[in-house]
Ligand binder design. Structure first.
Ligand SMILES: [Zn+2]
Ligand SMILES: [Zn+2]
Length: 333
């Protein structure tokens, strides 16, 4: 008995049994409690992925259906398997709002005198479109109402009702909502500039054109709500800009030494390290806007120094990191 034996054909068989019986009779016959978390979508109809997988197992030669109890705790495995077999499985709930999204929402609320923005308001509709085009959430993590104008209205209400001057009862809203709100109250100019930069990055395609990276550290950055770091790293990976910067550095110095510590990938790794270095935007996204990048805004770094620059909330400049390294090297007085 194993979930991984389930083939596409037996899933289709379970789906047609479901269609013949209707969802209530199907659930009753097999004793599954209603779906939580995910929906299997097939030819425009919705199914409980766990029930379908359990029943599908019974269509395998010599196998019995898997029960709800047998599949308890296996929902993630079921979702992965169904996707592997070419089925569309969507989460029921939309993913939590990330920092970059909240910056955009807060920006709109602040410009509306800290009042919520209704779903039919053109600003809510624009924001909804913008958020749906942001490359922060992969399509399979988006629920059916992902960042639609209603969800935008709800979020602007969460933000507006957390404002210190709001006298009524606040709606829901998370810790990150409050953090971003307070950042806007304390540093309005910087935060509005951040919002402008994210919007510019989206409209020029700078942000969305770059591939989603499967770097676990970036995942971590997202879960910490540091979406701006993700956008920054993505921008730095622009292959055309990278190539230009590396060419310029090679022409100027004849090598690709890290501007902080002097590490040279080729010197250490030989041919394997030839023409390798990381490229870092010295001026953060939210200061420049994402429209133009000058080569002198880019620094050539080794992987370690680049990580250290981005570690923590406050990014260092290469010069600051160099100072830190040199200070540590200096013999104690
Ligand atoms: Zn270095
Ligand atoms: Zn960087």
């Amino acid at each position: 008995m194993s979930v991984s034996d389930i083939s596409r054909d037996v899933v289709l068989a379970a789906i047609s049994e479901h269609d013949d019986l209707g969802s209530d009779a199907f659930a009753e016959r097999h004793g599954f409690t209603p779906a939580r978390g995910y929906l299997l979508v097939h030819e425009g109809k919705e199914y409980d992925p766990k029930a379908v997988a359990g029943v599908a197992h019974g269509y395998l030669p010599g196998e019995a259906p898997l029960t709800d109890a047998e599949l308890s705790g296996a929902l993630d495995a079921v979702v992965t398997l169904l996707r592997d077999r070419g089925f569309e499985v969507r989460p029921l709930r939309s993913p939590t709002w990330l920092e970059a999204e909240l910056v955009l929402a807060c920006d709109v609320v602040a410009r509306n005198d800290w009042r919520l923005v209704r779903s039919h308001d053109p600003r809510a509709i624009d924001l909804s479109r913008l958020l749906q085009s942001l490359p922060l959430h992969p399509p399979e993590s988006r629920g059916p109402t992902f960042r639609n104008p209603n969800s935008v209205q709800r979020k602007t209400s969460d933000i507006a009702t957390q404002h210190p001057d709001y006298t009524g009862k606040p709606t829901r809203g998370g810790k990150l909502d409050r953090e971003i709100l307070h950042a806007f109250l304390e540093r309005p100019a910087e935060m509005h500039a951040q919002a402008d930069a994210i919007r510019a990055g989206i409209t020029t395609g700078t942000l969305s054109a770059l591939p989603l990276a499967a770097d676990p550290d970036e995942e971590e950055a997202i879960s910490e709500g540091r979406a701006l770091l993700l956008l920054h790293l993505r921008r730095e990976r622009n292959p055309r800009l990278r190539a230009k910067k590396l060419d310029a550095a090679l022409a100027a110095h004849g090598c690709l030494e890290c501007e902080v510590c002097g590490f040279d990938f080729e010197r250490t790794y030989g041919e394997r390290g030839t023409r390798y270095a990381e490229v870092h935007h010295v001026v953060p996204l939210h200061v420049t806007g994402a429209t133009t990048t000058r080569l002198q805004d880019l620094a050539v770094l080794c992987a370690n120094c680049h990580r250290m620059i981005h570690r923590g909330r406050q990014w260092l400049t290469p010069a600051e990191l160099r100072e830190l390294v040199e200070h540590r090297k200096a013999p104690p007085a």
